[in-house]
Design a protein around this ligand. Structure first.
Ligand SMILES: C[C@H](CCC[C@H](C)C(=O)SCCNC(=O)CCNC(=O)[C@H](O)C(C)(C)COP(=O)(O)OP(=O)(O)OC[C@H]1O[C@@H](n2cnc3c(N)ncnc32)[C@H](O)[C@@H]1OP(=O)(O)O)[C@H]1CC[C@H]2[C@@H]3[C@H](O)C[C@@H]4C[C@H](O)CC[C@]4(C)[C@H]3C[C@H](O)[C@]12C
Length: 382
């Protein structure tokens, strides 16, 4: 796999760092999640392919274990607000001095500097500060956030993973590590570059929810079908719009012109009424295989069984019967091979990780006795 041979330490966090670690694990990195020794519940629901070590970083023994692991690792991902790592004596100055090749990824909401650097926050706060939340939502409604996808995972996990991979690539030339300041506010804003950089084109000239791509246009929206399911319509270009009207059995000469936005509410009403005439399956029969850009809104229950997704194997099922998306993108020679086993218990792999990283059996039992580490495995594993 593409990241084989890369060792990553992921300090346990809520959602963005776990997904970042999972991406790296899916593509072959050896990802070690560092859990709290005193914790009993894992909040990491994206632990695929990871192992877990439990350390108490509030005690000197735990800190020195982490330092030693960092000396032998390529990447550290830390998910705490600014200042937490420094307070633990594990700031980048310390760790990069000991291992100048370390890539020290700091995945936070507000970044390492600025007024909010030490403030608590969640996805919705980061999207709001990115400017993008002001653009999301239906007409006359409050801004609507797309679950916690935009900042946590797209602007957070993915952007941070990209930073890590770029740093690994650069390190092959310079031999040096570096610090990644991955702010979810900035990651989300950066993903919104298209929206920022098209502000003067006129496509956002109307209030929120009344524009081309924010649900204002009748040909870029969702519609309810006769049995209460939904179809998604994205027929922007005139040739595709023509196919849409054909599928809906509407005569263009009876309708206002496509780009007359003052007529969009009227056109939307016509489309709404038409979509209510058939079931989702019937509309798929009409539109599948055409260029009308009309697709069913699939649910988690039927997404894996959809013929297109099934043919490509876009979803995988693990040993526990849990269906989840296959890692993307697909690399032709070194594709990701997601692990199929269950997630690790907290501290399940503490002993094996320590011994792999050069700790003797005596050192491990001393650490255990001092409370610096914890394990979910019986001592006979030593
Ligand atoms: C799905 C839920 C998660 C929702 C995601 C939400 C929408 C987000 O937006 S996540 C993004 C949050 N923001 C960030 O990550 C930005 C950067 N981080 C922060 O700003 C902060 O970390 C913080 C605000 C998120 C949290 O602040 P907090 O004060 O708690 O933490 P920090 O200041 O960072 O400091 C950490 C302290 O901990 C110490 N530490 C760290 N490691 C160790 C160690 N090894 N040993 C000792 N000490 C350690 C560190 O030193 C700091 O100490 P100090 O404060 O003294 O400095 C999910 C949320 C809950 C989940 C559910 C739950 O877990 C129960 C179930 C579990 C089960 O397994 C699965 C189902 C669950 C129901 C589970 C389901 C979901 O996962 C959740 C609902």
């Amino acid at each position: 796999m593409a990241l084989a041979g890369v060792q990553v330490l992921e300090l346990a966090g809520l959602a963005p760092a776990p997904f970042c670690g999972m991406i790296l694990a899916d593509f072959g990195a050896k990802v070690i999640r560092v859990d709290k020794a005193k914790s009993s519940v894992a909040s990491d629901t994206m632990a695929r392919g990871k192992r877990s070590i439990a350390l108490d970083l509030k005690c000197p023994g735990g800190v020195s274990v982490l330092k030693k692991l960092c000396k032998q690792s390529d990447v550290l991902i830390e998910p705490f607000r600014h200042g937490v790592m420094e307070n633990l004596g594990l700031g980048p100055d310390v760790l990069l001095k000991e291992n100048p090749q370390l890539i020290y990824a700091r995945l936070t909401g507000f970044g390492q500097s600025g007024k909010f650097a030490r403030a608590a926050g969640h996805d919705i706060n980061y999207v709001s500060l990115s400017g993008l939340l002001s653009k999301l939502g239906r007409k006359h409604e409050e801004p609507t956030f797309p679950l916690n996808l935009l900042a946590d995972f797209a602007g957070g996990s993915y952007i941070c993973a990209l930073g890590i991979v770029m740093s690994l690539f650069e390190r092959t030339r310079s031999g040096q590590g570096q610090v990644i300041d991955s702010s979810m506010v900035e990651g989300a804003a950066y993903l919104g570059s298209f929206v920022y950089k098209t502000q003067n084109t006129g496509i956002w000239s109307q209030p929120r929810g009344e524009n081309l791509l924010d649900g204002g246009a009748p040909f870029y929206s969702t519609y309810t079908t006769s049995e209460g399911k939904y179809m998604a319509v994205g027929a922007i270009e005139p040739q595709f719009y023509k196919e849409l009207l054909k599928g809906l059995d509407l005569d263009p000469s009876d309708l206002p012109s496509q780009m007359s936005f003052t007529d969009w509410p009227k056109l939307k009403k016509i489309f709404t009424e038409r979509f209510l005439e058939k079931t989702q399956e019937q509309w798929c029969e009409v539109f599948d295989g055409t260029d009308a850009c009309v697709t069913p809104v699939l649910t988690f229950d039927n997404v894996a069984a959809h013929p297109h997704n099934k043919e490509r194997g876009s979803f995988v099922c693990n040993d526990e019967g849990e269906v989840s998306p296959r890692p993307a993108p697909v690399l032709s020679r070194t594709p990701a091979i997601p692990a199929m086993g269950r997630d690790p218990f907290l501290g399940e792999n503490t002993y094996e990780i320590l011994s792999e990283n050069g700790f003797s059996a005596k050192e491990i039992s001393d650490l255990q006795a001092s409370g610096a580490i914890a394990s979910n495995k019986p001592k006979s594993q030593l």
